[in-house]
Design a protein. Structure first.
Length: 70
């Protein structure tokens, strides 16, 4: 069963935070690992931004419907 969208967003944020913590914890940076983590963070950020746009659009539709009922 797929995770609910709000859980996906929360999980993405946790994973981004984990990547940031990894960078902070490195005394000597492994460039290959850093590149992989940077790419993964980019994917997560892009997906999170897309989800925020979808949520914003949904909110606008709800607001529009509520205003039409007034």
């Amino acid at each position: 069963m797929p995770a609910k969208p709000k859980h996906l967003f929360k999980e993405r944020l946790k994973e981004i935070a984990s990547i940031l913590e990894w960078f902070d914890s490195q005394e000597e940076l492994d460039l290959e690992a850093a590149l992989e983590k940077t790419a993964k963070a980019g994917e997560l950020i892009t997906a999170a931004k897309k989800q925020l746009v979808e949520i914003e659009n949904e909110f606008r539709e709800i607001k529009k419907a509520a205003e039409a009922e007034e």
